[in-house]
Structure formats: structure tokens, C-alpha cells
Design a protein around this ligand. Sequence first.
Ligand code: 3PG
Length: 220
Amino acid sequence: MNSMFAPPLASSIEKTGIVAVLVVDEVKDAVPLARALLSGGVNAIELTLRTPAALDALKAIKANVPEMLRGVGTSVTGEQVAQAVGAGAAFGVAPGLNPRVLAAAREAGLSFAPGILTPSDIETALEYGCKLLKFFPAEPSGGLPYLKAMSAPYNHLGLRFVPLGGLNAKNMASYLADPCIAALGGSWLAPRELIRAGQWAKITALAAESVQIIKSTRPQ
Ligand code: 3PG
């Protein structure tokens, strides 16, 4: 079965190595937020479908900051997948694994990385051709040691993981040296309260700090 995540897109995300998880309350904040992240070197986002403003925020970023890799998060229904594609999403992720959502993403031709936490999740994801997987919630479930133990039986299948959940500038390096890690993600790069307060310079600084950690930690 073909991969559920377009290889060129997966490579782009892996190249940056970091995805900012965003909760956007006001559409007007979307473009300055995307530009603030880009200025800090972060060119991939997971715009969560947790607010009424999310889809219009995505449309605004597509129109005004086309160089930003636009992902949607918390896409938990087939309908949300269709809406996300309509709003210009390039990929989708979810905290969990829902076969109906994966089927809708395949139907819509949307690259999708489901959330996994157990071997059974991995085996269901493989059924749908998913080889790029969101490991969530990463830190509360035991971080890299848990991921390594849980995914070891599948090491021969070329799976790649994106840990999210509880990551920050202090603990992110603990993941980076491992070859199974494609990229990292989280809300620490642009917390909701900083977005609401329009603190774009602070967000750029948080992004730049983490991009530097990746550059200095990852094997070149
Ligand atoms: C997600 O959707 O991936 C999580 O909200 C990210 O978790 P964090 O807020 O702990 O970074």
C-alpha cells in the first residue's frame, strides 16, 4: 500500500525537524504568527482544529505566507479532513488513530500522520500505509525510552516518528539523536497566550532557540 505521507513533504518536515502546534483564536493573528515563526526558522505548523477561527486562519496563511508548510491537527472526523483540504492544508495529524479519518484522508489525497501510543496502534497504522507516525503524548508516556521499547518489533519496517506532548526547549534534545525521530513538535514554540497577546518577537525568539538546538544536536 502506498505511503499515507507524500515523501517530498515528509522530507521537508524532516529537514526543518520541528513543527509548531498552534491554537488560534483570532483569524487576524494567523499571518503575523506564521511570519514570526518563519523569522525564527520554523517553516512547518500543525494548526489545530480546536477553535472556530482555525480554518479561516489556515486560509489566511495559505494566501499570505505560502512558504509555510501547513498542517492541521486534532482532525478527528472525515468532515474535518475535507474542510482542511478545502482550506489549503498540505497534511493532517491527529492525537489518536481513527480508521475513518485515515480513509477520509486517503480519499481526499491528504498526507496524514495518525497519533500512536501502542503496538496495536502501529499495526493499525501500517494497515493504512502509515509510516510517519505522531507519537502522542510523548513525555507523559515515558518519552524516547518508551517509544524505543514499544516500536522495537517494527524497526525493520522503516517507521519514522514525530514526538509531541510535553516537549520543550529543555527536553527536545533527548529525542534528536535517535534515527527513528523524523521531527519534533509542540505548542512551546507559540503558546496560545503569546498568540493572543500578539507577542510575535517572543515567538520568533522561541522558534530560533529551538531551531538552534536542532542544528547543534542533530547529526549533520
Ligand atoms: C498536540 O496536539 O500535538 C499537542 O497539543 C502538543 O502537545 P503540547 O501542547 O504539550 O506541546
